[in-house]
Ligand binder design. Structure first.
Ligand SMILES: NC(=O)c1ccc[n+]([C@@H]2O[C@H](COP(=O)([O-])OP(=O)(O)OC[C@H]3O[C@@H](n4cnc5c(N)ncnc54)[C@H](OP(=O)(O)O)[C@@H]3O)[C@@H](O)[C@H]2O)c1
Length: 275
């Protein structure tokens, strides 16, 4: 695995584990619990020790499965991110959400707590204060955002007193390159990690014959299209990715996106091919 510095002295793997659809979708589904826990453990053993979950995934059951999956591992070897849903952004609601997540994860603290989506009907100053309280109380080591634009991140930052925003988690992949315009340059300048979600465009980038240039580059490096699509993301400064995979062969394939690097001209070729 390769790592990228989140803040001074703290590194996270360039590839983590997404968990949306683990344990169900909008509602809990326990029918595949054993398989999902085994898949998460395989991912951890392959080095994808940053696990991304959220209070609303599978109505909380996803956090329960993550909590179960991580039990055999040393807490300090893992980096656990969870997120508060936008209807819980008032101070008291956010603090209750934080406690609910910790209880389902069976953890004393998470590493990163994110606002899942902005909610214009709740004052951002109040939410940022509540996030800082979570950090003050030791419920989370770091705080950040998800689905925030650069201007909204700048506003969020202006309300912080003691802590800083370390990450913004947004959709970013070859097909959806919108962060390349304003957000990624902002993150790079302000030392904020861009955590790329849906990095495989829900698996479509991992399929052959989706795009001629992607297939060509994959063949040139002896890699799969999915590995190239992930390598295209982590080629970029201040970017890490969190592909989700429940199939063991997918997990193994994805980790093969690490340990080599696209040449600059191939990175540019792919950027253009999908733009
Ligand atoms: N902050 C937000 O608002 C937000 C929004 C969306 C997602 N996220 C986070 O980002 C994570 C990743 O995004 P995502 O789940 O939307 O999409 P994704 O990671 O781009 O794609 C996941 C899909 O791709 C398949 N897949 C994975 N590796 C593959 C491979 N090597 N070959 C073929 N198919 C492969 C998976 O199948 P199997 O599972 O069957 O292996 C799954 O169906 C989420 O799980 C979640 O943690 C956050």
């Amino acid at each position: 695995m390769e790592y990228r510095e989140l803040v001074e002295g703290i590194k996270i793997p360039v590839l983590g584990l997404g968990t949306w659809q683990i344990g169900g979708g909008m509602i809990a589904d326990s029918s595949r619990d054993e398989e999902e826990v085994a898949a998460l453990r395989t991912g951890i053993e392959l080095g994808m020790t940053h696990i991304d979950t959220a209070e609303n995934y599978a109505a909380g059951h996803c956090e329960e499965l993550v909590g179960e999956a991580i039990k055999p591992y040393k807490r300090e070897d893992l980096f656990i991110t969870t997120k508060v849903w936008p209807n819980h952004l008032r101070r008291d609601d956010l603090l209750a959400s934080m406690k609910g997540s910790l209880s389902r994860l069976d953890l004393e603290y998470v590493d990163l707590y994110l606002i899942h989506w902005p909610n214009p009907s709740v004052p951002l100053r109040e939410t940022m204060g509540a996030l800082e309280e979570c950090a003050e109380e030791g419920h989370t080591r770091f705080i950040g955002l998800s689905n925030f634009s650069a201007p909204l991140m700048e506003e969020a930052k202006s309300y912080l007193l003691e802590h800083r925003l370390v990450a913004d988690q947004v959709e970013y992949n070859l097909i959806d390159q919108h962060p390349k315009g304003e957000l990624l340059p902002y993150c790079q300048k302000n030392d904020v990690m861009l955590i790329a979600y849906t990095p495989l465009a829900r698996g479509s980038l991992a399929r052959l014959r989706n795009n001629i240039e992607l297939d060509e580059v994959a063949e040139k490096y002896g890699k799969t299209p999915g590995q190239v699509a992930l390598n295209w993301l982590i080629f970029q400064d201040k970017v890490v990715a969190i592909p989700k995979a429940s199939k063991i062969e997918h997990l193994k394939e994805n980790v093969g996106a690490v340990g080599w690097k696209l040449r600059k001209e191939d990175f540019e070729k792919l950027t253009k091919a999908f733009r």
